[in-house]
Design a protein around this ligand. Structure first.
Ligand code: MRU
Length: 368
């Protein structure tokens, strides 16, 4: 996608020094656009944990590049042990997104084909780049499959803007490029279909307010920021035509873990007859799990993210302020699980399917 007219991905090898991985610092957006250099697997673990990079697909791609950095750091003696420990460290950074362990496993498998450490370094570079390219391609395909849902609604509305509600950021910043929930939206907008996006602010880290609103604006897509609890009210008044969210882990029966608050949007959508779509690449499926509510690990982050909020002051300074009494305790679950029965359809790189084991296996028969 373009930032100020210049094409960017969210992660890449530094031109002229491929021992360095560069990423867009998502902690600084939307007020500053800054690129960070990452030189070691520890740098990458830190960037994932503090959410310099975040979003399921980008976390997966970051794990790939993290193992590439580990392969450069590892000495020839003890190479395999070093890389195995690096994989475990990456995997421990964030628990919910399936893409992380998927990418670590894919990297280990690719490197296992090498005979010498030098072979393995070359394979690690190639596989990390392939993971990133696949992620971008799959998001592109999600857009191609999902756009018909929006154009159908536009026809039914005789060209009036299609109002789409989204939660968190499942845009290009959460992936390597294009994004998942946003891919059909960008495709529709680029095709001249009138769309308007309701952007949930997404407390406590405000990925909607700071990231989704920023990237939609970069692409010129009309949008309006709303407080997290507004969606139900809008649906009751016919102001939402469809919901599209991303996902961090989807089980084989179609239960969806996504940013905290997604479940409430799905309930409101069901109550109001609004279709609720979830867009995801195949790397987000966890085919080992069925019951997502019972078994998907939910990340719990620090209470300070709930107790404090940061933003730009009227004088242009970035500041954090505490929003509750000094002694108020807080808890901070990062994700919730929307049961498959509340999901209208899944939008994947292979097409659309029902959120059910039969539906998912019709697209991914090799997982039967
Ligand atoms: O905590 P984050 O920002 O890494 O959360 C991931 C997300 O962006 C959302 O849950 C998103 O909707 C999933 S799609 C990457």
């Amino acid at each position: 996608m373009k930032v100020g007219g210049h094409p960017y991905r969210t992660i890449w090898l530094k031109a002229g020094d491929e021992r360095v991985v560069q990423v867009i610092d998502q902690q600084r957006l939307p007020h500053a656009f800054e690129v960070r250099d990452l030189r070691t697997v520890d740098d990458m673990c830190h960037a994932i944990r503090d959410m310099t990079v975040r979003g399921a697909g980008l976390i997966g791609a970051s794990a790939g590049f993290g193992l590439y950095l580990a392969s450069l750091q590892a000495r020839d003696t003890g190479f395999d042990d070093f890389v195995a420990q690096a994989g475990a460290a990456l995997q421990a950074t964030r628990p919910t997104a399936a893409n992380l362990s998927w990418a670590v496993a894919r990297m280990h498998l690719a490197m296992a084909a090498g005979r010498t450490p030098e072979d393995k370094r070359g394979l690690a570079r190639r596989e990390a780049l392939a993971i990133a390219d696949d992620d971008a391609l799959h998001c592109q395909r999600i857009g191609e499959h999902g756009v018909a849902l929006i154009t159908d609604l536009a026809q039914r509305k005789r060209g009036a803007p299609v109002n789409i509600l989204t939660h968190c950021n499942a845009g290009w910043l959460a992936f390597v490029d294009v994004g998942t929930a946003t891919a059909p939206i960008y495709a529709a907008h680029d095709a001249g279909v009138a769309v308007h996006v309701w952007v949930d602010e997404t407390r406590p880290r405000n990925q909607g307010a700071s990231l989704t609103a920023w990237e939609l604006a970069q692409h010129g897509v009309p949008h309006t920021l709303i407080a997290d609890n507004t969606g139900g009210h809008l649906m009751q008044h016919g102001l939402v035509d469809m919901v599209i969210t991303g996902a961090d882990r989807v089980t084989r029966q179609g239960d969806v873990a996504n940013k905290i608050g997604t479940y409430l949007k799905a309930l409101a959508a069901r109550d109001n007859g609004v279709p609720f779509y979830v867009a995801l690449p195949s790397s987000t499926f966890d085919f080992t799990l069925r019951d997502g509510v019972a078994h998907i690990p939910i990340e719990e982050r620090g209470a300070e993210e709930v107790r404090w909020i940061s933003g730009k002051t009227a004088h242009g300074q970035i500041e954090s302020v505490q929003i509750c009494p000094d002694t108020t305790p807080a808890r901070n679950w990062g994700f919730d699980v929307t049961p498959a029965r509340l999901v209208t359809q899944l939008i994947c790189e292979r097409g659309l399917c029902e959120a059910s084991e039969a539906g998912i296996l019709s697209l991914f028969p090799e997982q039967a």
